[in-house]
Write a new protein. Structure first.
Length: 216
């Protein structure tokens, strides 16, 4: 069984927000909700200023604080390492939101508000809530586009190589800053890059063993 993971090349990232927008579009996320985020900071003084970019998302950790904190069993880690939430089991306690040291979970409170207040939902918003419904009063987050991975594997495709089996944020990055693949395969592209480029996780001191790595 594979353990799916991602590498983000910080030197390639150009801060275009394609990952952020792709994620919102693919999952029809409501206003104010982001499963992919881009953290930015400027250091130095004019004219020598450096912009630092850090794309962040759910780290799909091996040691998962959110799973341990969930009292209802709604949050679980699959055999392939992807951490998912069962909305039917979620009781809305937000324990997992608090437990996540990376702040990568959101409590979904409103299933009525749209992008144009007072004007009702657009046709696209209405369609999106049928195609990718979110349950009010539950925790939600990035799921590595698990539906694409599963559909691709059923068709004999390989995540990370075939677009139809790969997360949207990886597919649509114009700078090719994201790489997806099997962390448990030592010969996979992602494993080789982590070794060769000395990939590192975000906040390793948390001890969660994330499946998302960064390279400089």
């Amino acid at each position: 069984m594979a353990r799916w993971g991602m590498v983000i090349d910080l030197k390639r990232c150009i801060g275009c927000f394609s990952c952020v927008i792709t994620c919102k579009q693919d999952h029809f996320l409501p206003p104010g909700m982001f499963w992919n985020r881009l953290l930015m900071k400027e250091t130095g003084e004019y004219p020598r200023v450096t912009k630092q970019l850090y794309p962040v998302l759910c780290n799909h950790c091996r040691e998962v604080p959110c799973v341990h904190a969930c009292p209802s069993g709604a949050t679980s880690k699959r055999e392939d390492g992807i951490v998912v939430i069962d909305a039917d089991k979620c009781v809305g306690c937000t324990y997992c939101v608090i437990a996540c040291p990376y702040q990568q979970r959101t409590f979904y409170e409103d299933n009525k508000g749209g992008y144009f207040p007072g004007q009702g939902l657009t046709a696209l918003e209405t369609l999106g809530r049928k195609l990718y419904p979110l349950t009010r009063g539950t925790a939600v987050k990035c799921n590595f586009c698990v539906e694409k991975i599963e559909a691709g594997l059923r068709d004999g495709l390989k995540p990370g190589l075939d677009r139809r089996a790969t997360p949207g944020c990886v597919n649509n990055c114009p700078a090719k800053a994201r790489i997806f693949g099997d962390l448990d395969d030592p010969e996979s592209r992602i494993s080789l890059i982590i070794r060769q480029r000395k990939g590192f996780p975000l906040h390793p001191e948390f001890g969660t063993d994330p499946a998302v790595y960064y390279i400089n």
